[in-house]
Design a protein. Sequence first.
Length: 533
Amino acid sequence: MAVDTRPAVRAGRFRLLPLGVVFLTVGLSTAVVLPFLSLFLDREVHASPLRVTVFLVVAPLSGVVASALIGRLSDRLPIRRALLVGAALAGVLGAGLTAYVRDYWILLGLTATATALANSLFPQSFAYTRALFDRDDPARAAFGVSLMRTVFSVAWVAGPALAAVLLDVGGFRLVYGMAAVMYALAALVAAFRLEELPLPARPVAADPDGATPGPRGASRLRLALTALTFVLLQCPLTVGVQAMPLFLDTVLHDVPSRAGLVLGLCAALEIPLILGLGALTARVRLRPLILVGGGCGVAYYAAAALAPSVPFLLFAQPVNALFIAAVSGVGIAYVQDLLPGEPGRATTLFTNTFPIGAMLAGPLLGLSAQVGYRWAYGMSTALCAAGLLVLVLTRPPARAAGSGPVGGGPTGTGISSGRAGGRRWPRSAGTTPGRGRPCSAHCSPAPGREPGRRAGRSRGSGPARRGTRRADPRHRRGHPGAWPRSPRRRAAPVPPPRGWARSPDQIFGVAARAASKRAITSDQFTRFHSRST
């Protein structure tokens, strides 16, 4: 009976549509608010410069803490969709109250609680994307993350312009009301159109001593150095954007509004480049792409520091767009690969580097105001070079036994390949190259044989040596702990003489190997078989 698979194909084809809607609404909810946050505090709340500074520091710090806690929780319990819904509802509460509340301390409390929880929606959306692709199509996981990052970038292209129109029509109440509606739409889509995903399986590395296997991932030192790399690479993004209007006005003596043309061209080029790099991740490793992107960042900011005019900056925007696409698009998948089985923690680790870099950008902008805004791009060049250097020095560790598909060994099986005598031998986890120890999970050492030696090479008499080879039938070809035959010993099979029955002994036993090399009579076969057993 034929089975109609068209509904399943259709469901698989459009399974990313609800997730794309979530990313679009999350991007719009933040894009209509953040560009005008300082203006809101100044005109509507009438906050002093000191209070504005405190507000702008508390907001990202509380978001970093909330995202980190929720990220760890999402990797321990299968509640990722519920966390998306909860974070979106927290955004509805925060944006809805901000539309009407004008008391500074109440707004500061909302920012440290409800808005901070809503900020976790961004990394958790990427964590959900990675978990979905790891389950359905692991080979295209990096491309899926880049695709969703593109949707978020499209939202930020349209969001500030939409916020400007809403601000002229209805003021900040309409702006924050629009953000609350976007959060509510994200909550509805996540609740009714997204499925709850199980926890991803964490790869484990077998312990040669038989201890309990533990989760495999990058060391804490490497995670810290990777986070430092992206802080150094993303801090220039904030410095370059905020310094651009002042750089055009005070240094290039041009119209400050042309900064929108420069930044808009970069945003337009960034979208196809993120998609292109995402498609390239199926063929090229992520680390070289980020290294190339960091090099583009050094080249762009060095060129901007020496730029003589605005057209020169326009011609340099493709390099800047490639830098942003590599760091912001590919960087998420790169950090996720460092923590397999923990997409929530990995994504949060990456996304938290941007607000930390933005906080570091404030003192650099203040220094640039004193010494000149060319120095803003000069310091950005130094930051990109430092981040690139840290990434180069943070080399990935060599894969150990059982650490994945090394030399063809399947992931999670504890099988890797070692090199002994110029030939590659598969070995079980915990063995040394050139040794064929029995698999501790299935077999025991054969009697009459010294542990740790190959079958057939144990000390003793001839019968003991022959008995060692036949001691455990699971040590034949196909078993994880077995030693393969040498290609020189492997002869082409010769069919047995006519009239013979194909018994199991003839196919798998010692007699079958002898019969494959020469034809023997029935009496010879009987005598040989009785002598070998």
